[in-house]
Each structure stands twice: as C-alpha cells, then as structure tokens.
Design a protein around this ligand. Structure first.
Ligand code: CO
Length: 441
C-alpha cells in the first residue's frame, strides 16, 4: 500500500472507531502516547522539559497537545471533536403500537432526513458507580441496533414534491425492538452491562449517541473521494494530529493542537472553545518556564492560530448557492474562509500569511465567502480569537453533504492539508511568523 492510501485508510479507520467525541479523544490520546507524548493532569503541578511532548484532556471530549519550544510564542491549530447527531434522552425507552422505541434529542445542526433508513447503533460514555469515585467507560455497539424507518411513499404521496418534513419529537425516535416483557431501558442496561462486563446495578448514568454502522470508504474511479460520517470535523483533527506528531524537529516556538467538544452547539461549555481551557494551558506553559505574566502576554502577541474546519465545496446541482467567484472544488486544496461579519476570524494579514504557507508547502489554495444574501456559518475561530487575542485564520478542506450522516470530501485534499500543517510546524515557518506579526509599519 502506498503511504498516501495508507493515510486515508488510517483516517477512515480513525473516524469509524470514533462515533462520539469521547472515542475520538481516546483514539487521539492513544496515538499521542504511542508517539511519545506524556499525559498531564490539570489538577497536578507540571514540570515541562524543553522539546517535551505533552497532552491533556477535559471531560474526555476535548484535547490539547503540545511540544515545548524555547522562545515565547505559540503555533496553534484548533478544530472540533463533535459532529451533529441524535442523542438518547435520559429516560429514553417507551412502548408504542407493539414496538419499543428510544427517545432522542437533536445535537447540533443535523441534516435530519439522512438519519432515516440507516443501520444505526449506539455509542458513548457510561458512568459506573463503585466503592470509590464514579468511573466512566466508553462503549460502542458494533452491530446495527436501531432504525428510523421512513414512511412508505404510498402513505406520503407528496414527499418528493414537498420534501421530507420531520418533527424532532414525533418522527425521530428510532425503533429498538418489538414489544417484550422487559422495558427498553432494562433491555438496554442489560446489553450495556454485558458489553462492559459489569452488573446492570453498577450503571449510574449513560450518555449514548446514535451513529451509522456503515464504515467510511474511498470512492470514485481514481479513489479521489472519501465518503464517511463525521468528516466535519474529525478529518481536520486527523490532519493536525499527524502534522504535530510527525513534526519532530526542534522548534523554538511551542507547537499546539487544541480540539474542542461542543462546537456544533455554540462552544459555551467548560470544555468548549468558549472555555478558558486553551488559555489556561498556554499560560501554564509560559509560567512553568519563567514565572512572568508579561512573558506570557508577549508570547500570545507572537502567536498564530489556524482554525481548521471543513469548508463548502460547490455542489454542481446547486451551484447558485455559491458566490460565482468563490466556488471551492474538491481536491483543489484547502480553503481560506472569510466573512465581513467576522463569522470567520480571517483578516487580511492572516489570509496572506496562510497563502504564503501553502505556497511554501507546494499546496494550491482556494477562497470562500458566502453569497451576500445568505447567512454565514461559523467556527471556533472567532471564539478563540476573541478569547486569546491571537491572530487567526479560518481554513478547511472542501466537502459536500456537510452535517449529513454520511459526508463527502476529497482524498487528495487531506494529504494537502497535512502537508500545509507540517509546513506551519516547521521551525523556519515559526520565525517568519513572529516577524510577520511584529512588523506593522
Ligand atoms: Co465543523
């Protein structure tokens, strides 16, 4: 297998094993540990060594990793670990018309119709009570367990003309089984206990999400596409993670990756991009080295943040939804996203700087701005930029079917973005970055 195919296989397997942010963070911390990164705890005192490689997590669903540089400044790539999905309610189970069903909540901007008629299963975090502190365990059922069947066309004759309208409360609860003596909650608890090798009575709480059991795949006559769930935004996490892990040359600037949960619901949580997680970590890195707050603030002023999140490629059947002069195409390279309303954090200097980074890496670059008569999406970029005051660019690989249960992106783009991120983490790019930030004439 050639290394590029290998990388895409690695991406698809990573996404398949990461049906929830908890799993994604576990997968990435496993990779980081394998590559020699040492786990830190926020509750402990830190001793950091120059060129040391470290990581830490919050709520098991957000992750920061870094390699310690010798000079003030941070090169940061941020992304998010969560994807829109359906989540089980706390007391999910009920019986109706001879079926057992599970009530679900909508998490984030789900393209609801895509969750119908799929082979769905459950994954997430289970909290077990013990003699000591409660213990959390990850769980992922591999077999298909659930389905949200569409109504037959014979009973919904207008569906193709009027579109499928799904009421979140009434039409989304999946079918779990036919009615049985046990309640659905009892059945589910027993299944979870069997999988985790514990007693049903040990299960104190569950945070379970639905996911599609169909694995991701490479597609197209030349393998130019990838089809998978959660490309937004695990593909960006994968790019940044591997760029950091593979950047082993000593750099005077501290390299950081920050992956947040809860981007799809506004980021205002203890582990979201609106939290002080990253600021706390950066401050501790600076203060551990030299106990000077001024040094920390100077380090922030010498830093650069790449906010990586997937971008909208032009859809040939709906090309009028794009501004005709800003139509990113799949495998055309990473996209710089900008918005006058600052829904993206890109500004003139950060945009030019990212373009020059791509040029140095030999990577083509594209630009996106939303049609002037359409609302603009957003990312963690403006939130972290406002939190930290660090110059930021919003970029991402082009994709289609964003927020569908099964999305579509380009195999070549993935490699191009990794190459760009590795260029960012190269020692020379760091010194250029600091000069660029400092000189304002
Ligand atoms: Co996203």
């Amino acid at each position: 297998m050639n290394p590029k195919t290998n990388r895409i296989q690695n991406l698809l397997e990573f996404i398949d094993r990461s049906p929830t942010p908890f799993h994604a963070v576990r997968e990435m911390t496993d990779t980081l540990s394998e590559k020699g990164f040492i786990e830190l705890k926020e509750t402990n005192a830190w001793k950091l060594t120059p060129n040391g490689r470290y990581f830490l997590t919050r709520n098991d669903s957000s992750l920061i990793a870094f390699t310690v540089g010798s000079k003030p400044g941070f090169k940061i790539i941020g992304a998010h670990t969560d994807s829109p999905n359906l989540r089980l309610k706390p007391q999910a189970g009920y019986a109706k018309n001879g079926y057992l069903q599970l009530g679900v909540e909508v998490y984030g901007g789900v393209l609801l119709s895509t969750w119908t008629d799929r082979d769905l299963s459950l994954a997430g975090r289970v909290i077990l009570g013990g003699k000591k502190m409660p213990l959390s365990k990850l769980i992922r059922f591999e077999q298909a367990l659930l389905r949200i069947p569409q109504l037959a066309i014979h009973l919904n004759r207008d569906v193709n003309k009027k579109g499928l309208i799904l009421n979140e409360q009434n039409h989304l609860p999946p079918i779990f089984s036919l009615q049985k003596k046990s309640t659905p909650d009892e059945i589910l608890k027993k299944m979870v206990a069997r999988k985790l090798k514990c007693r049903p009575a040990d299960i104190m709480g569950m945070e379970l999400s639905l996911y599609d059991t169909q694995p991701g795949t490479v597609a197209g006559p030349d393998g130019e596409f990838i089809f998978s769930g959660r490309l937004d935004n695990l593909a960006s996490c994968h790019c940044a993670l591997h760029a950091l892990a593979e950047s082993t040359k000593k750099d005077s600037v501290t390299r950081v990756i920050a992956f947040y949960d809860h981007e799809e619901v506004g980021s205002e949580t203890a582990q979201g991009a609106g939290s002080p997680f990253l600021k706390d970590v950066l401050e501790r890195i600076a203060l551990v080295e030299e106990n000077s707050r001024e040094k920390f603030l100077r380090a922030l002023a010498k830093s650069f943040f790449i906010s990586a999140d997937m971008a909208h490629a032009v859809h040939p059947n709906y090309s009028d939804k794009h501004d005709s002069h800003h139509m990113p195409i799949i495998n055309g390279g990473p996209v710089i996203k900008s918005n006058a309303g600052q829904r993206y954090a890109t500004e003139g200097i950060s945009s030019v700087w990212f373009e020059s980074l791509c040029r140095k890496a030999g990577v083509p670059v594209q630009k996106f701005v939303v049609r002037s008569d359409l609302g603009c999406g957003s990312t963690i970029g403006p939130i972290t930029a406002a939190n930290l005051g660090i110059r930021t660019v919003d970029v991402g690989n082009p994709m289609l079917s964003m927020h569908s249960i099964r999305e579509m992106a380009g195999a070549k783009d993935h490699e191009l973005l990794i190459r760009t991120f590795k260029e960012f983490f190269r020692p020379t790019a760091g010194s250029k970055l600091q000069q660029g930030n400092a000189s304002r004439k």
